[in-house]
Design a protein around this ligand. Structure first.
Ligand SMILES: [Ca+2]
Ligand SMILES: [Ca+2]
Ligand SMILES: [Ca+2]
Length: 239
């Protein structure tokens, strides 16, 4: 696991930490890990990861915390893991991977969507949710569903949940959605502002409960979405 220290490489700071977690399990901090992968997860959970990739094609992996991962140039592969991560692949055809709905906010009536990952979409980027489903996106040509959180609605997970449910309507179990949310309520509860574009990746339920929620930025109303076997390709704006 590479842990960035100080400024990114592009700023002239080339010194980062490489942490290797072993599988012996005799060190107290790692006794819960029975495999290298489990121990790596423990090590990643111990720190907030702030990674910036190189000019080449990098594989950047976060842990359970709220990590910041920037791919920079090159076609990068990025895994935020658990927590509300801030992910920007930078230039190049980057792939953002989701292994489970719990890697970002999980849709539930009482869950606050502010824990969702924030992913900046650039031209050529894809989001891979094939580990969650292999479904298509609801539209191949950019009809972005809309959902509004009314001003009178308490701005919390229920408000976001309701807006997404209203936008999607009768939920098909074999479809993913991009929903544009307009949050017109006052943020008196400190729950955040949910205005923006949300990827709702179907978790297999016939409601949105259990679905993966990822907040997308960098796209417009004219963005187009296509998908193959759960790999969602996004053209962020009409060109
Ligand atoms: Ca990149
Ligand atoms: Ca994370
Ligand atoms: Ca995450």
């Amino acid at each position: 696991m590479l842990v960035q220290a100080g400024a990114p490489e592009t700023s002239g700071d080339n010194y980062d930490f490489a942490v290797t977690a072993y599988s012996s399990g005799t060190t107290a901090a790692f006794t819960g890990g029975a495999s290298p992968a489990a121990n790596l997860a423990l090590a990643q959970a111990a720190v907030v990861v702030d990674l910036t990739g190189s000019a080449g094609a990098d594989t950047l992996t976060g842990g359970a915390n709220n990590d910041t991962i920037s791919g920079a140039d090159g076609a990068d592969s990025i895994i935020g893991g658990g927590g509300g991560d801030v992910i920007n692949g930078g230039s190049g055809n980057d792939v953002i991977h989701y292994a489970a709905a719990s890697d970002s906010a999980v849709a539930a009536a009482a869950t606050n969507g502010s824990t969702a990952d924030l992913v900046t979409i650039g031209t050529g980027d894809t989001i891979n949710v094939s580990a969650i489903n292999t479904a298509t996106v609801s539209t191949a040509t950019a009809v972005i569903l809309t959902g509004a959180i009314a001003a009178a609605t308490t701005q919390n997970g229920t408000g976001l949940y309701g807006a997404l449910t209203t936008a999607i309507g009768t939920v098909a179990a074999s479809t993913n959605y991009i929903v544009k949310v307009t949050d017109s309520s006052t943020d008196t509860g400190g729950d955040g502002n949910f205005t923006g574009y949300w990827l709702v990746a179907n978790g297999g339920n016939t409601t949105i409960d259990g679905d993966l929620l990822v907040r997308l930025t960098g796209i417009t109303d004219t963005a187009t979405f296509t998908s193959t076997s759960g790999v969602i390709s996004i053209v962020p704006t009409a060109g």
